[in-house]
Design a protein around this ligand. Structure first.
Ligand code: CDP
Length: 246
């Protein structure tokens, strides 16, 4: 692990990677990268590299797990052993099980599961390279993979973290900011701004918390535009591509 930097924000208000406090890392999205999946996405966000694959809706087995009036959303978040500095032990961990659970719930308000009773929609996310913000990167990729799979949704889900270093709020923490910072607040939201995931490590005052939510909201809206642009580039910017419910 790297040593704690003396300062995270310089006298010009710039962070160690040159970003402003409210600036997200560059994001690159490739759609339909896996031929076996119904929908897929490869997403790079700063140094994070993530793959998402969506399968379904398909009949859920065993039948006792079926929901008679809706599809089940199953979400797997997994870090490749080689994605971090120390090797990650393969298989589920407490952390990955928790992230998988809250990430599935982040999509429940937007996916129109009622159209597909007794089925399952499987979302697999694999972190190939990690540099903080991997759960939010995976959600952004999963959102695109769901759209690529043609799963009807009320809209996309966009996610970003906000945190605190050197006593200042910063958007989209990188690894050092995450490891040594005073707070880390990952958030996912719908395109209408409804929060579907919120977690928090560390401490913020009430005022900081309010400000952090506004900052992360702006970040999510910026990401939404990047996601929409990627989808429009692939599928065309016209009425034939409409995620919304009639
Ligand atoms: O990645 P995210 O910010 O969603 O989750 P985190 O638990 O706050 O982890 C922050 C970062 O720490 C990860 O993105 C990895 O770069 C690193 N990490 C690690 O090196 N080894 C782990 N077992 C877990 C996280």
């Amino acid at each position: 692990m790297s040593d704690k930097p003396d300062k995270f924000i310089d006298d010009n208000g710039l962070r160690l990677d040159g970003r402003r406090v409210d600036e997200i890392r560059p994001m690159k999205i490739d759609i339909g990268v896996l031929s076996r999946a119904d929908g897929s996405c490869y997403l790079e966000w700063g140094k994070n590299k993530v793959l998402a694959a969506v399968y379904g809706p398909r009949t859920l087995h065993p039948r006792r797990k079926q929901i008679p009036d809706a599809a089940l959303i199953r979400y797997r978040y997994n870090m490749a052993s080689f994605s971090v500095e120390d090797r990650i032990r393969p298989g589920p961990s407490r952390r990955s099980v928790e992230i998988s659970k809250v990430s599935a719930e982040a999509f429940e308000p937007v996916v129109l599961t009622k159209f597909y009773p007794n089925t399952v929609i499987d979302i697999f996310t694999e972190i190939i390279q990690a540099d903080a913000g991997t759960r939010t990167a995976a959600i952004n990729a999963a959102s695109i993979a769901l759209a690529d799979a043609g799963i009807p949704m009320k809209g996309l889900v966009s996610a970003c973290a906000v945190g605190k270093v050197d006593g200042q709020l910063v958007l989209d923490l990188n690894k050092d900011e995450d490891n040594f910072g005073a707070a880390d607040l990952p958030v996912a939201m719908t395109q209408d701004g409804e929060i579907t995931l919120i977690q928090m490590d560390g401490n913020l005052t009430q005022e900081e918390f309010k400000e952090a939510i506004e900052m992360v909201r702006a970040g999510c809206m910026e990401i939404l535009e990047i996601q929409k642009k990627a989808l429009y580039t692939k599928f065309g910017d016209d009425s034939s591509f409409d995620l919304t419910e009639e």
